[in-house]
Design a protein. Structure first.
Lengths: 240, 240
DNA sequence: GCGATCCTTCGGCCTCCACCGAAGTGTCCG
DNA sequence: CGGACACTTCGGTGGAGGCCGAAGGATCGC
């Protein structure tokens, strides 16, 4: 026996980490980081495992509180349990080593380029677009990074103009910085980031590309961002 | 084969999580969360494993970038690699399930009570004391939680009075909230939290209890906190 | 009702890895 | 120089857990 039981009542860090220490479960969580609900079979195919294997993993993840599920007919929908969980996975992803070298196919490369350009990160925007919006907001004095990330009066006003009212001080911070693992630069997350992303979908600024977590900036969106943020977005001619 | 290699170049979340998915390695990291350097044998005894086992674990943790080491004669000192790593472990600890029921010994209970009262959490103060200081600072308008945690002008001035100058905006936020896993309430972390903790040691407000991460509030410290924060600290008569 | 589809349970296989003790190296101290 | 101590390497053991396919529900659409 080793003396793990000396620390009874303390956090069982290993149990939580073990949930994410398997390649397949980690794949599931990274996929779910797009904030949407997936069915068991979608995840299984995505990770390349048998359905029975996926069932086992989902039971563990749901049991461990990382995912929540919802049954609809013969489908089992799962999603990340809450923003806190998404934050944990983001943090792990930002600190984790990269995978081995990329001897990749052309379609895969295209898919990845779309993903790097603009995508959802749980409930907010990431990728080049997410970073660009964040930096434009900073340049216009809507965000302040001096004393931790804060939303200025101008920022609150700008959001209000869009019809976005922030919820009153909950446990969740209104603005939070999230490290982008393709750009390696922070972008806007938290309640305000989520609200802004929701608005971007609702107003038709962005749309999903197929069923992936990648999003495309529409012409409407491009115009809106130019008008409202002075953002010159080169999304149609990727500079990479 | 499963298709983990479809995501070449993406973060290898599982590899990082696997480092923390073992009970012994998790024990090591939680112990190192006191911010100090431990020798291999101290950690081995703490976790109740053989020295050879500890060597293997430390190789993995150092190799994975979670710990840094320093050789001094026949000793191998290890510590957490950086504040980012400490933050990751804190986050995991705050979300992890508690261990099974506590059928504990009296000395262990005393040790835990001292730990709950006041301790270091990597480089800042936690426990009842850490939370109390944070709340007193909030009450006096030095901290603002409205738009994420920020240090107000009053807060900056108060720190300056103590001779604490914050480093100019680095990547590390000056103030950050850290969730306490005994109190379940946030306390002050980040650069300011670290500086305040350092000052508390230097000025003799607190001292280490033996070799643990628990600290005791000195009479000097109690007076200083009463004078400067209006804090009525009941540390000598624990109310629990 | 009848297939098709989604999911689950079960049994068996197989790999991975945490553990220890024994033996060896390097360092400190008397 | 010799003993004590900190650490490392190595081989062997045992348990945990990830994987699959086959078989059995449950649900949908026709």
């Amino acid at each position: 026996m080793n003396s793990h039981d000396t620390h009874v009542g303390g956090p069982d860090l290993a149990a939580l980490a073990a949930l994410l220490a398997d390649g397949t479960r980690a794949d599931f969580c990274l996929a779910l980081l797009d904030g949407r609900a997936w069915t068991a079979i979608e995840l299984a195919r995505h990770a390349g495992v048998a359905a029975s294997t996926a069932t086992g993993h989902l039971n563990l993840l749901v049991g461990g509180g990382l995912l929540t599920q919802e049954r609809q007919g013969r489908h089992r929908y799962v999603r990340l349990a809450d923003p806190d969980t998404a934050e944990l996975i983001e943090k792990l992803a930002s600190m984790a080593p990269r995978r081995a070298d990329p001897p990749r196919s052309l379609p895969a490369a295209n898919r990845d380029r779309a993903l790097a350009r603009a995508r959802t990160c749980y409930d907010h925007l990431a990728g080049t677009l997410g970073v660009a919006i964040t930096e434009a907001m900073t340049d216009r004095g809507m965000l302040d990074w001096e004393q931790g990330l804060t939303l200025t009066g101008d920022g609150t006003a700008w959001l209000a103009e869009l019809g976005i009212a922030l919820p009153p001080a909950t446990r969740r911070p209104p603005v939070r910085s999230c490290l982008d693992w393709t750009e390696r630069r922070p972008h806007l997350a938290g309640a305000a980031g989520a609200a802004l992303c929701r608005h971007a979908f609702d107003a038709g600024w962005i749309t999903r590309i197929g069923t992936s977590r990648a999003v495309a900036l529409t012409d409407t969106g491009e115009r809106a961002l130019t008008d409202r943020l002075g953002l010159a977005v080169g999304t149609h001619t990727p500079a990479g």
